[in-house]
Ligand binder design. Sequence first.
Ligand SMILES: *Cc1c(COP(=O)(O)O)cnc(C)c1O
Length: 341
Amino acid sequence: MSLTLTINSAAWRSHLDDFSAEVPGLVPVAKGNGYGFGLGRLAGESARLPADALAVGTAYEVPIVRSAGWEADIVVLNPIRPNDQTALALLAQPKIITTVSRLTDLAYVAEHAPRARVIVELETSMRRHGITADEIEQVATEGLRFEGWSIHLPSHGSLAEARELAAKAVTQQPGIVWVSHLSTDDYRTLHDELNGNTRMRVGTRLWLGAPDTLRVTGTVLDVHKVRHGQRLGYHQTRSPEDGLLIIVSGGTSHGVAMSAPTTQRGLRNRLKTVAAGLLDARGRTRSPFSIGGKKRKFIEPPHMHSSMLFIAGTKTPVEVGDEIPVTVRYTTTTFDQVRFS
Ligand SMILES: *Cc1c(COP(=O)(O)O)cnc(C)c1O
């Protein structure tokens, strides 16, 4: 009785193997909800891959991947700040590599945790974290173990940008260049140009790069006949016509039907979303659950662990216990069950 992710394990693992063979110096990223799989599972899968480091998002995620059995180096991607006690406590650990993104933080770490292993992050066109290209010449890593430079590019990052920053950085201080979001071809070019002294962090394209190997389903928990005008749900709205109410596993507590912000440049794109029928005239939202190959409507917005769907008519297309397909955004979904098939 659950929201379930079923992984075709042979096909999924073969994609992971193929991808890592394409990317010399791959650093798997396991952060957040573990891209839907869970951090522990990704740590276990990473141990199968030829990777010598695993990247996590925050210091809080380190003990999770450790206890799942990851024993080699861990890179913490969120840059350290002097008030971050959890990250500071990790600096002394020999297998932790800390990201530093401001000159003041570099000086702070050098003073408080000599011999800490650090990567210095460079600002890119993302404008998220990092020292600017002009600050590179002020980078001093005496007393620290310098593990290289980090270049975090926007989606579909540009080789030219990575190349230019990397050249300037390694001239100041030679080291590994850790990048993200280059195409495989561009990354291999950079890898060759820098004599193999590169790593590429990948989460999405690795774990979620073969969507056909994954299946998400919710269990049908109940099917009720309802009459036109009958009141239903938390909000006691009226049934729009005679039909069936289908109660299914999967709701807001799993992250189902929580619309995360999307990139919608301009009115035209926003109108397209409306036109796609995400909202009907009554304001009822199309759900991500499919029955009979069709996305069905919510009778009301879901609350917590289950959802209520409506189908007009009296023919019952599903039974209690059936598993129906659900479209999810993996990075915001928590499954009850992850199953290998
Ligand atoms: C999250 C993250 C990645 C991986 O991003 P994906 O798009 O999931 O592959 C790489 N580098 C940094 C610094 C990140 O924060």
